[in-house]
Design a protein around this ligand. Sequence first.
Ligand code: ZN
Length: 426
Amino acid sequence: MQFYFTQREFPARKRSSWKNKLLYLFPVVIFPLLLLYIIPSQPESKEPSAGSLNIDIGDFKKRPPSLTFIERTIRKNETLYGLLLSEGLPASEVVEVLEVMKGVYNPRRILPGSKIRLSRDGEGLKRIEYLYNGLDGVFVERAGGRWRAGRFEVPRKVVLATVEGSIESSLYEAGRKNGIPPKVLIELSDIFAWQIDFSTDIRKGDTFRILYEVIMADGREVGVGKVVAAELVNAGRAFVAIHYRGEYYDPEGRALRRVLLKSPLRYRRISSYFTKRRYHPILKKYLPHHGVDYAAPYGTPVESAGDGRVIFAGWKRGYGYYVAIKHNATYTTAYGHLSRIKRGIKRGKRVKQGEVIGYVGSTGLSTGPHLHYEVRVRGRVVNPLSIKAEPVKSLSGRELAEFREIKEELLATLYRKTTTVAMDAR
Ligand SMILES: [Zn+2]
C-alpha cells in the first residue's frame, strides 16, 4: 500500500504562468560564433587523443594528380557523348568510355547543365569525372591503354567549430533563429540529460558554448559530427562536458552518465515530437506531492529513466495506466496517467535507459494531460529532483592522466575566440 500514493493530482496549473509568458515574450538573442579551428595533427602513436578529435570518415580515394584539368558544362542539346567528341576523343573511344561508365553510373543520367571535369596528359584525355551529388562521383580513367571506371568521394575534412549563445526562450528557438545545426543542440541536451531537464530547467539567460565537429567537402559544410566539449550555464550553475573515448566527462574525469536520467520526458523526444506539430512548448513541472507532475501535451513520449526491469505495467486505480521499473537494488521509478503503455512493455520486460515505455495522458484521477513521475530509493519515495546519483564511471590512473591532457586542449579551444582554418582529416 505504501508504494502508491493517492494525493490530489495536478492542482496548480496557474502557478508559473507569468513565467511562461515572460519566456514567450522575449525574442531570442544569441551570438553564434563560428570559429573553425585546426585539428592538431596527431602523431600516429597518440591514438587516444586522435580518437577524441577525429571522425572516422572511411576510405576515400584520392584523385590522382592531373596534368591539365578543365571543367566543362554540358550544354543544352548536348550529351556526354557529344562533349567528349568535342574535346577531341575519337568516337570509338567515346563509346568505350560510356560503356565502361555504365558499369558504375548510367551516363544517360548526366544531363545538360552537369559539370564534367576532364584531365589530360601528353597522350590526350586521361580522366573524366562527374559528381552526381555534391559528394560522390564517378570517374573513367585511361590506364595502360584501356579505360576503367570507378566511384570516388570528395575528400572530407573535419574541422572544429565553436558556437556560443544565450537562451532567451528555449534551446530549440536559440538554434532555429541562429542557424545552429539542430543536431548539435539536441546532442547538447543528450550530453547533459543526467544533470539538466532541458524541457523544464532551461532559464532565460542560460548560456552555452559548444565545440563540435563540422564535416567539410570541397570547401562546403556537409554535415556535423559529434560534440567534443561543451559548457552550459543553467540558472547560474556551470556544467562542463568533455568527450573522451566515447563518453562525456566533467573536468574531474567523472562520467556525466548516471543510473537515472534527470527527466523521463527527454528533450530529444519532445523536440522531434513537436517539430512535427510546428509548435514547441516549454513544459512545466510541479511538485504537489511525493513525485513530479510534468504538464505535457497528450501523446508526448515517456522514457524509462534508466536500465531496468518492468515490475508493473497496467491500470493502477487513480494512476490510470501506470508503469513501474526497478533499476537496481536502490532505484525504482514509476510513471502514471499514461494515455497508453507502449506495446511490449509488460511485467518482467527489460528496458534500456531512454527507451519509450508509454505516452503522456490523463487516465485515472487526473484533471488534464500530465505525467506523474516517482522515484523510490530502497522503497522510499524521494523527490526525483533532489537525487544525486553516482557517475557510471570515473577515470583514474593512466586514463585520467590522458584525459587531463585532452581536456586542457579541448577547453582551451572551447574558450578561444580566434582561428578559422580547415585541415584535411586524412
Ligand atoms: Zn502526480
